[in-house]
Design a protein around this ligand. Structure first.
Ligand SMILES: [Zn+2]
Length: 81
């Protein structure tokens, strides 16, 4: 898409819609499951690599990339704002 084809409507979704994919998954889980995922997200990356969490969430709810997990973990996603 060329820059001059961009409208303000194209800019709004990524700014105002939240939470991110990982946050949406967390919202769908039970309290127990969410607690397990949050423990993993807060844990050391050596023990809970992004890819491991992404795979677990992908199997349980819907496909999510390890990049999305990384962003959510570091607070770079919309959830952290
Ligand atoms: Zn997030």
């Amino acid at each position: 898409m060329a820059v001059d084809e961009l409208t303000l409507d194209d800019l709004t979704p990524s700014r105002v819609t939240g939470p991110c994919k990982v946050g949406k998954i967390l919202a769908k889980l039970s309290d127990t499951e969410r607690g397990m995922v949050e423990t993993a997200l807060a844990g050391p990356k050596e023990q809970y690599p992004h890819a491991k969490i992404a795979t677990a969430l992908s199997k349980r709810v819907w496909p999510v990339s390890d990049h999305a997990v990384s962003d959510h973990r570091s607070g770079a996603c919309v959830c952290g704002r």
